[in-house]
Design a protein around this ligand. Structure first.
Ligand code: AMP
Length: 395
């Protein structure tokens, strides 16, 4: 696996695919600069070697050239984060971009305009990728968030750098973290899968059964498993057409010696509302008119105990409707347990959508080993897929 450290960038131009797809407010100000900060180590390494950086990214989903999606809006935030002034060019390919890249001196940074202003980017167009490739000497992919897409700048471009392509620090770290869970992790290995629906997590569950010793299934998914086993779930969310699948997963887990842990009790509410009346009930005896919206105290103690036994922990998906304060306790308790296990030496990876939002919201971000920066890319990795952006560098 070729990484940044395999290259000396002295007097070289690094063409770096970053993920600067950051949220902007109505005044076009960056409201969360995490993704920019995540790319900083890669950029600094190139500059410290005596090289220059050409940064390329997409922003949002523009239809053609649309000013609100221009990367010019983020220039000052990138400068703040990196602590250096940067140059910006209003097109990512063509004469203007080529001249700006050619004039770049060691220590300088050039940011290209939104790649998706050209529809060829998403189409994975070879000519467009070749036009981009002319701008740099070494291609660096540091955008995990788009590594699952075979776009021109994430995948197709790599063929124009047969010997001079590598992973940036961020992407290398993402790959190593996933490998630690899926391949090389110290046992016992635990996966916690929460979230709303079995149907969106089924491929992950099936793939992960071969890698883990323990699997905690929580959140809305719980009730499909409980009802399938004959439990009474009241008005809880359930996918009736996935009950056979749920039974099959339980059977497969037994055959593979994986211990599955489901909640034993829940916080049940009489409405899907933060102000609803609540009661603690057994998970398989929820009265009609009530729905399970969070894991209960017994479940949280049980899960704490399992988390503390494990040396490698993956967490994807909340254990309850954490967006509402009344139903956030299960997710918070799990975060606390994982933080404690991490402090005791376990490796913990949090990734994929809402669990990342939850760890940030509740302040666990720096108490787990690694928080993934890619939503869809993370989920596809956990499904066992080889991401095209990663394969293109390894080729
Ligand atoms: P996902 O995107 O599949 O990870 O699902 C995340 C969503 O699942 C969050 O918005 C949670 O509010 C929701 N969720 C978690 N537990 C439950 C539950 N018991 N009932 C309904 N929704 C839930």
């Amino acid at each position: 696996m070729k990484t940044l450290n395999d290259f000396n960038f002295d007097h070289k131009k690094a063409l770096i695919r970053v993920d600067f797809n950051v949220p902007l407010n109505e005044n076009f100000e960056v409201t969360d600069a995490t993704r920019i900060m995540s790319a900083k180590p890669t950029i600094i390494k190139v500059l410290e070697d005596g090289g220059s950086c050409i940064l390329m990214s997409h922003l949002g989903r523009p239809k053609g050239v649309q000013d609100q999606f221009s990367l010019k809006h983020i220039v000052s935030k990138v400068e703040d984060v990196l602590g250096v002034s940067i140059k910006f060019v209003e097109n990512c390919i063509g004469l203007e971009a080529e001249e700006a890249a050619a004039n770049l001196k060691p220590g300088e940074i050039l940011l290209l305009e939104n790649l998706r202003f050209h529809e060829e980017e998403k189409q994975g167009d070879i000519a467009f990728a070749e036009a981009l490739s002319k701008l740099g000497d070494i291609y660096v992919n540091d955008a995990f968030g788009t590594a699952h897409r075979a776009h021109a700048s994430t995948t197709i471009i790599a063929q124009f750098f047969p010997e001079t392509k590598c992973f940036g620090h961020l992407l290398a770290q993402e790959i190593e973290s996933i490998d630690k869970v899926m391949k090389t992790g110290e046992k016992p290995v635990l996966a916690v899968l929460g979230g709303a629906k079995v149907s969106s997590k089924i491929t992950i569950i099936e793939n992960i059964l071969d890698k883990v010793d323990h699997l905690i299934i929580g959140g809305g998914m719980t009730f499909t498993f409980i009802k399938a086993q004959g439990g009474t779930i009241g008005d809880s969310i359930c996918e009736d057409d996935k009950m056979d699948l749920a039974m099959d997963i339980l059977k497969q887990a037994k055959e593979k010696n994986v211990q599955i842990h489901l909640p034993v009790d829940v916080v049940a509410a009489n409405a899907f509302s933060n102000d609803a009346e609540t009661q603690i009930t057994d998970v398989n005896a929820i009265p009609k008119g009530w729905q399970g919206l969070d894991s209960g105290p017994k479940s949280n103690a049980l899960f704490h105990n399992i988390v503390m036994q494990c040396k490698t922990i993956l967490w994807n998906g909340p254990l309850g409707v954490f967006e509402m304060e009344s139903f956030a306790n299960g997710t918070i308790a799990l975060g606390e347990a994982i933080a404690e296990a991490t402090k005791n030496g376990a490796f913990s990876l949090v990734g994929g959508g809402d669990s990342v939002a939850a760890v940030k919201q509740f302040g666990f971000e720096n108490k787990v080993s690694y928080v993934s920066t890619g939503g869809g890319a993370m989920l596809e990795s956990l499904e066992g897929k080889t991401l095209p952006g990663i394969a293109a560098i390894l080729k």
